[in-house]
Write a protein that binds this ligand. Structure first.
Ligand SMILES: Cc1cc2nc3c(=O)[nH]c(=O)nc-3n(C[C@H](O)[C@H](O)[C@H](O)COP(=O)(O)O)c2cc1C
Length: 172
């Protein structure tokens, strides 16, 4: 199974990264994931050229490489920290660029796991990810929200373990 996993956190050993690693391990995929903030993606210029061409005019960053990987994957995992009640800015910038894939619904039917980590017990970012996946007509197979405050160690957090178990069952 080919999996593309994306982290919206800049931290390599942060909560989102570790949550994604746990998911990859449980579903038996490779532990590799992309750290979107390290790629400094250029924002969508709203040039609308993609409405005709289906591709993005911006070629100066790694967006197309990641998009190609997503299109070839059986499963996409997207994780974000909650930043001021939303997903992280770099992840939002990355997702905005998927406008060019949306016109012909090129992500339609693609399986996706969405996950977010917050510190205040409320999670507005997961809704944002859900709506993004829904408008692309993707198949959301799991949507996981984790609060990091109770679990200094996310791997030992009971709620996180339960959510991961549910995902594991989907791949049995
Ligand atoms: C700029 C910034 C804004 C944040 N805003 C929120 C917030 O609105 N709600 C919340 O619950 N946590 C907020 N947090 C806490 C992070 O969501 C939390 O620490 C999360 O675990 C970070 O994930 P990471 O370790 O993978 O980077 C914020 C953190 C930062 C750095």
């Amino acid at each position: 199974m080919k999996v593309t996993a994306l982290s919206g956190s800049p931290l390599k050993r942060g909560n989102v990264a570790r949550l994604i690693e746990m998911l990859l391990k449980e579903i038996g995929a490779s532990g590799k994931y992309e750290i979107i903030p390290s790629m400094y993606m250029v924002p969508c210029q709203e040039c609308e050229a993609c409405i005709k061409t289906g591709s993005c005019i911006i070629k100066s960053d790694k967006w197309s490489t990641i998009a190609k990987s997503m299109l070839k994957s059986d499963l996409i995992i997207i994780g974000s920290p909650v930043y001021f009640y939303g997903i992280s800015g770099p992840l939002k910038t990355f997702l905005d660029r998927t406008y060019c894939l949306w016109h012909k619904r090129r992500l339609k039917g693609k399986k996706v796991i969405l996950c977010t980590v917050n510190s205040r017990g409320t999670d507005e970012a997961l809704d944002s990810l859900r709506l993004w996946a829904q408008i692309h007509e993707m198949k959301i197979i799991a949507a996981i929200s984790v609060e990091n405050i109770k679990s200094k160690n996310i791997e030992k957090d009971k709620n996180t373990q339960q959510e991961i178990k549910k995902v594991k069952k989907l791949f049995k």
